[in-house]
Ligand binder design. Structure first.
Ligand SMILES: CC(C)(COP(=O)(O)OP(=O)(O)OC[C@H]1O[C@@H](n2cnc3c(N)ncnc32)[C@H](O)[C@@H]1OP(=O)(O)O)[C@@H](O)C(=O)NCCC(=O)NCCS
Length: 166
């Protein structure tokens, strides 16, 4: 099991961490907790059970959870498009109680560190300002808009970050 703990002496993170968390690989054993997290984080876009099983089991997917006191507080997953130097972060969420502690940021760092692609993309609702702010501060910029993408008609912004270059 890969275990990761934030180094509080690392400069430039710009937030105070009030409780510690670990970032570890997730597995099918996390299905129940991931289902709860999905429901709490994504009212309109929660994935069906079959997609949650897929994200926890399919090969080629990076799946990481943030753990606080033994419980899942956040989750990120990414998949590498075969034959392309492009990876997609397909989901990221942090339970409301644990937000603004840097957990999503660290989940993204840990996920990006495991990717070998040169570009990472993600989609976000046009009005999801907390997520857009997170992605912008982490160096993602808008490269496309998918109109009417979500079930309720909201547009998706496609953001991209270039990594592993040079
Ligand atoms: C978006 C989300 C993942 C952020 O998780 P988080 O753990 O609270 O984020 P972090 O604490 O790592 O925040 C890192 C930075 O992102 C930005 N940010 C995060 N939440 C923000 C908010 N509510 N308002 C403004 N900026 C915000 C800030 O720049 C923040 O840095 P700072 O705290 O030093 O100012 C979380 O709000 C969430 O799960 N939302 C519901 C699910 C969702 O929308 N997922 C994204 C789908 S595309």
């Amino acid at each position: 099991m890969i275990s990761w703990r934030r180094d509080p002496s690392q400069p430039g993170r710009g937030y105070a961490l009030t409780s510690e968390f670990d970032i570890v690989e997730a597995s099918l054993r996390d299905l129940g907790e991931l289902r709860r997290l999905e429901r709490e984080c994504f009212e309109l876009d929660a994935w069906p059970l079959i997609d949650l099983v897929a994200v926890l089991t399919f090969p080629g997917i990076i799946r990481l959870k943030a753990v606080v006191n033994g419980k899942m507080a956040g989750f990120v997953a990414s998949d590498l498009r075969r034959g392309e130097d492009l990876a997609w972060i397909v989901t990221i969420g942090v339970l409301p109680t644990f937000r603004r502690r840097g957990i999503a940021r660290e989940l993204m760092y840990a996920c990006e560190a495991r990717l070998t692609a040169k570009r990472i993309r993600l989609s976000v609702r046009r009005n999801n300002l907390p997520a857009i702010k997170l992605y912008q501060t982490e160096g993602y910029t808008q490269v496309d808009v998918w109109g009417n993408y979500y079930a309720d008609g909201e547009d998706a912004l496609i953001l991209e970050k270039k990594v592993n270059i040079g």
